[in-house]
Write a protein that binds this ligand. Structure first.
Ligand SMILES: O=C(O)CCC(=O)C(=O)O
Ligand SMILES: [Fe+2]
Length: 266
C-alpha cells in the first residue's frame, strides 16, 4: 500500500501527525503530475454521480444528514496492488476519522479484473445478531471507477475476495492496482480532534450494529478496535452539525448527532 497526498507539506504532516491503527504511515508520497490529471477526471465523474444519486435516490432529492454540501475534492489517495488471485482484502468499512461522516470515496481499478463484494450491516435487535443478508458482487474491470457513496461506510462493508484464477492483463500481468481517492478534511486534522487518555488522536466511528444507537458517531481510543492493542476506555459521542462539521470548524451550526433520551454508550 502506498499513500499519496497532493503537497509535500501535507506528506510531512501525514508522516508525523496522522495516526492510523496507533502508528504513523512511513510511505507517504506526493501525488505525481500524471496522477493529478487522473484525480481531476475522477473528481468530475464522482461529483456528477453524487448529484445524480442525490436527485434520484435520496429522500426529497437532498443530501443525507451529516453529508458535506461542498463539492467533493479528492486530496489523498491510497494505492493498493493485488499481485495474483490470492491477494485480497477482508470485509471492512473505511476509517472515517479524517474524512468525517458520510464520506464519499472514488475507487479506480486498473489491470486484472477482480470482484468487489459488499454487504449491508444488519443491526442487532435484542439477542439476535444475524449477519447474513447476502452479498452483492460487483465486477471491477480495468479502467473502471467505482463510487462508494455517502451511505457506504456507515451502513455497508466491502471486500475484495481471493479467487481461484484470473485473466492476466496485457500490461499489468497478474496485478490489479486500486486507487482510492479520498477527501481529507482540514478540520479533522489530528491537531483539532479529541485525544484519548493514552494521548493519541481518537478515532471516529459510527455505531453500525446496535439498533438503539445505530448511525450515531463517536470518538474513541484507537485500541478499541486494533487487535492486540491495549488502550484506554476513552469514549465520547461526537458532535457534528447537519453538514458533518465538528464544533471547532468554521460555520458550525450546532450538534445534530444528539443522543436519544436515556441512551447509553454502545
Ligand atoms: O481494492 C479495492 O477495490 C478496495 C480497497 C479498499 O477497500 C481499501 O483500500 O480500503
Ligand atoms: Fe476499503
Amino acid at each position: 500500500m502506498r499513500f499519496y497526498v497532493d503537497s509535500l507539506d501535507e506528506a510531512q504532516e501525514q508522516k508525523t501527525k496522522y495516526v492510523y491503527n496507533g502508528s504513523y504511515i512511513a510511505d507517504v508520497a506526493q501525488t505525481t503530475p500524471e496522477m493529478l490529471k487522473v484525480s481531476a477526471l475522477v473528481r468530475a465523474a464522482v461529483n456528477e454521480e453524487i448529484q445524480h444519486r442525490t436527485r434520484r435516490f435520496y429522500p426529497d432529492g437532498r443530501k443525507l444528514k451529516f453529508q458535506s454540501p461542498e463539492e467533493w475534492q479528492p486530496n489523498a489517495s491510497f494505492v493498493n496492488s493485488y499481485d495474483g488471485p490470492k491477494e485480497s482484502v477482508g470485509y471492512h468499512s473505511d476509517q472515517l476519522t479524517y474524512l468525517g461522516p458520510r464520506a464519499v470515496i472514488g475507487s479506480l481499478s486498473l489491470g486484472v479484473a477482480r470482484e468487489f463484494r459488499v454487504r449491508r450491516i444488519v443491526p442487532n435487535v435484542g439477542a439476535s445478531s444475524a449477519d447474513s443478508q447476502g452479498q452483492i458482487a460487483i465486477h471491477l474491470p480495468h479502467n473502471s471507477l467505482l463510487v462508494m457513496h455517502a451511505e457506504m461506510q456507515e451502513e455497508w462493508k466491502h471486500s475484495v475476495a481471493p479467487v481461484q484464477a484470473i485473466d492476466p492483463h496485457p500490461l499489468a500481468g497478474n496485478k490489479r492496482l486500486n486507487v482510492t481517492y479520498r477527501c481529507y478534511k482540514e478540520y479533522l486534522h489530528p491537531k483539532y480532534t479529541p485525544r484519548c487518555k493514552c494521548d493519541v488522536p481518537a478515532v471516529l466511528r459510527c455505531v453500525q450494529k446496535r439498533a438503539a444507537t445505530r448511525g450515531r458517531y463517536m470518538w474513541m481510543c484507537h485500541s478499541g478496535y486494533t487487535p492486540g492493542q491495549t488502550g484506554c476506555s476513552y469514549f465520547e459521542w461526537a458532535a457534528f452539525d447537519d453538514d458533518g462539521r465538528p464544533p471547532w470548524a468554521e460555520g458550525y451550526k450546532g450538534n445534530a448527532n444528539v443522543p436519544a433520551a436515556g441512551s447509553e454508550a454502545p
